[in-house]
Write a protein that binds this ligand. Structure first.
Ligand code: F6R
Length: 251
């Protein structure tokens, strides 16, 4: 596990974009696992800048998003498909046929989930998975008490997640209560993982993920078992960590 602590959100976004960019430079046909939410927005902006400056190319890249709300179609402004197009894909030269996001409108979620897993495998697996983290330690939409062996599946969102995500909706009643999400096992199969966190409200979850017991009660704690994971966070998210001790342990 590698921990990178930077000053602020802007630095976190730049660092994260540089890590993704170097992945694409080393392997232009990388398979990227992508996240949504507020945290990676700055990273996507930086990646667009790097692309426009001619330093990276997305032509051969394949992407798999972590999750999608159940019951929202692609045209819905709150869907993660819309988010990804609006904030990232429209600005880069990605082939939209190589973009994969779970279909929140699928009639048969089990079938959709199996097909998603199969497709990830047929593309050779995820090379670099980008993650955010929920205040309750969720990754993807794998809420506390998830089974670590879960693959892509339908999940029920926690009250806290619904509350947190209501900031993106007109009212809390509009927030879907279910989603399709890669499971912990899917995430753990990624060759590399890059987790981003900013803000004081993430400090507790970050502390648990790094120092805590490995437990489904704090899904991100499972990352301690991954062989190639980097946490990039700002000072607020790192505020409960003993950085001097970490330097000795991880750097
Ligand atoms: C998003 C996702 C979630 C978010 C997490 C943090 O695709 O899977 O795990 O990363 O809820 O969200 P923000 O970044 O909005 O704090």
């Amino acid at each position: 596990m590698r921990i990178i602590c930077v000053e602020d959100y802007h630095q976190m976004s730049k660092k994260a974009a540089n890590i993704v960019a170097s992945q694409l430079i080393l392997k232009p046909n990388s398979v990227l696992g992508l996240a949504t939410g507020a945290t990676p927005l700055g990273m996507y902006k930086q990646l667009v800048k790097t692309y426009k400056a001619g330093h990276i190319d997305f032509e051969e890249v394949t992407t798999f998003n972590l999750d999608e709300y159940y019951g929202l179609n692609k045209e819905n402004e709150q869907s993660y498909y819309y988010y990804m197009y609006d904030n990232f894909f429209q600005y880069i030269n990605i082939d939209m046929k190589k973009v994969n996001i779970p279909n929140g409108m699928a009639r048969d979620i089990h079938k959709e989930s199996l097909a998603y897993e199969r497709k990830i495998r047929s593309c050779g697996g995820v090379d670099l998975q980008v993650l955010g983290i929920g205040r309750n330690g969720h990754i993807g939409f794998n809420e506390p008490d998830i089974k670590f062996e879960a693959l892509t599946h339908m999940v029920r969102l926690d009250e806290q997640t619904i509350q947190d995500n209501s900031r993106f909706f007109d009212s809390i009643e509009d927030v879907p209560t279910k989603a399709i999400s890669m499971g912990i096992k899917t995430i753990m199969h990624a060759k590399k993982i890059l987790l981003l966190a900013n803000g004081k409200e993430k400090a507790e979850a970050i502390y648990g993920a790094i120092y805590g017991k490995i437990t489904p009660e704090l899904p991100a704690s499972v990352l301690q078992l991954h062989p190639d994971v980097v946490f990039v966070m700002d000072q607020d998210a790192a505020s409960k960590l003993d950085l001097e001790k970490l330097k000795e342990e991880y750097l």
